[in-house]
Design a protein. Structure first.
Length: 443
């Protein structure tokens, strides 16, 4: 019997072209699955989705647990959430950049404990940036202020992995780990990626992924030097570390994403209509850029390059712990009034343009599952955590209150019950630091 929950793009690794369809299973199944073309050129396998998807319809995110409050106990009040991590038992780790510590909550949203504080000693942070969890449950905190990775191990306590951070500080930049327990430290100052083993040993130094293209910019000459700025809606190069430990890369002008593998390269492509840039949004972006440059060069005029007619395809590449690939798409912009506009501040805009968040989701073999449409209060930054059919992300309400919400991916539904209580559940079983080493969170 056919299994509609699994669909394989590959029927033959030697196929030069193949159009595949997903047969319907039962009266409620989608009428057709994706149409896919597979080509092999040298060591590169190209999987191009021509139309359709496995899900057959848009998927939504249904909230299950919410952590955070407007008022109440300090443990549930967040200052500024900078990074999230989740372990195999769905315990949630929240790094607060204002408080400079990590708060731990169980799967029901109940507060467990707080890890770290500002300082230079064991278990303390100088200028921490991001957190991640290893497959065995250890929590890592990247702390360039102390030039180390701080490790919290439930079995042995704290440990420090020293590295030359180059004194970089990049809030929001992710900390990557893979299924083999390796850690990847991006040092933008040196254009390298340092690879640490499960015990913190320096295994390798890799060049930062690059692509041979020139960023389209405008330039203005001032007495103190030149002022440059990228032209709005021109392509950018993106990369991430996949859970397999290989690089995921893409230039956003085309729907073409490369995943390096031990046997070559998997190239994911999809037929896609680029989003047009409206005249109003184009004028807004142009005026904002001119105003910014003229702050340094008052008589500057813009004589090119031209703002493109269409937006790039995507503006972020992410990877789930299960190996799924998440592509954050560009979408049509909408005008939003700035309630905090300050006319005396040249960088304060009376209005802003916002894009709705949408993700394309692919299996590690290039199979296109479909698009996920998060709710309006969903924040794409800091990076969400993706594990199979669940997503952990930060939300921001109308009052600016941040919460961490666990969502369930639901295909073709109309939403579900919200089991979050806006303050975190209360679980009598969570009375200590709930690291559990027996389960594998990366299956």
């Amino acid at each position: 019997m056919a299994d509609c929950s699994r669909w394989r793009a590959f029927l033959s690794t030697l196929a030069t072209a193949a159009a595949l369809g997903l047969a319907a299973c039962g009266p409620d199944a989608p009428p057709a699955g994706p149409s896919v073309q597979v080509d092999t050129i040298g060591d590169t396998t190209i999987v191009r989705t021509l139309s359709g998807s496995v899900w057959g319809t848009e998927a939504t995110l249904v909230p299950e647990v919410s952590i955070g409050e407007l008022e109440g106990r300090d443990e549930y009040l967040f200052g500024q959430i900078g990074s999230l991590a989740v372990d195999g038992d769905r315990n949630v780790y929240v790094f607060d950049t204002q408080a400079l510590h990590v708060r731990v909550f169980d799967a029901d949203g109940t507060y467990i404990t707080t890890l770290g504080r500002e300082g230079e000693g064991p278990g303390e942070f100088g200028r921490a940036e991001a957190i991640a969890v290893l497959p065995d449950g250890r929590l890592l905190v990247r702390d360039p202020g102390n030039m180390r990775v701080q490790v919290f191990d439930p079995a042995s306590g704290t440990e420090e992995w020293e590295y030359n951070s180059g004194n970089t500080y990049r809030p929001g930049a992710p900390l990557y780990t893979d299924v083999r327990g390796r850690t990847f430290l991006h040092q933008s100052k040196y254009d390298i990626v340092i690879v640490l083993g499960p015990d913190g040993t320096h295994l390798d130094t890799l060049p930062e992924p690059t692509m041979d293209y020139e960023r389209v910019i405008v330039r203005a000459e001032a007495e103190s030097g030149s002022v440059t700025s990228p032209v709005p809606f021109t392509p950018r190069f993106f990369w991430a570390v996949h859970s397999s430990g290989h690089f995921l890369t893409g230039l956003s002008w085309d729907y073409r994403i490369d995943l390096a593998r031990h046997d070559g390269v998997l190239r994911i492509e999809r037929a896609y209509d680029p989003v047009p840039v409206s005249g109003e949004e184009r004028a807004y972006q142009r005026e904002s850029l001119v105003r910014m440059v003229r702050f340094s060069v008052p008589d500057w005029t813009w004589d090119g390059p031209r703002i493109p007619d269409h937006k790039p395809v995507f503006n972020q590449l992410l990877t789930g712990r299960d190996g799924r690939i998440w592509v954050r798409l560009t979408t049509s912009g909408r005008r939003v009034e700035n309630e905090n506009h300050n006319p005396e501040n040249p960088f304060s805009e009376p209005v802003a343009w916002r894009e709705s968040t949408r993700y394309d989701v692919f299996e590690p073999d290039g199979t296109y599952l479909g698009v996920v449409v998060p709710p309006d209060d969903f924040a794409p930054s800091p990076d969400p955590v993706f594990v199979r059919d669940h997503v952990w992300a930060v939300t921001v309400d109308d009052l600016g209150v941040q919460r961490v919400v666990r969502y369930r991916i639901e295909v073709g539904g109309e939403g579900g019950d919200d089991r979050g209580d806006r303050g975190g559940g209360r679980s009598s079983s969570a009375t200590s630091f709930a690291f559990r080493m027996g389960s594998d969170p990366w299956k």
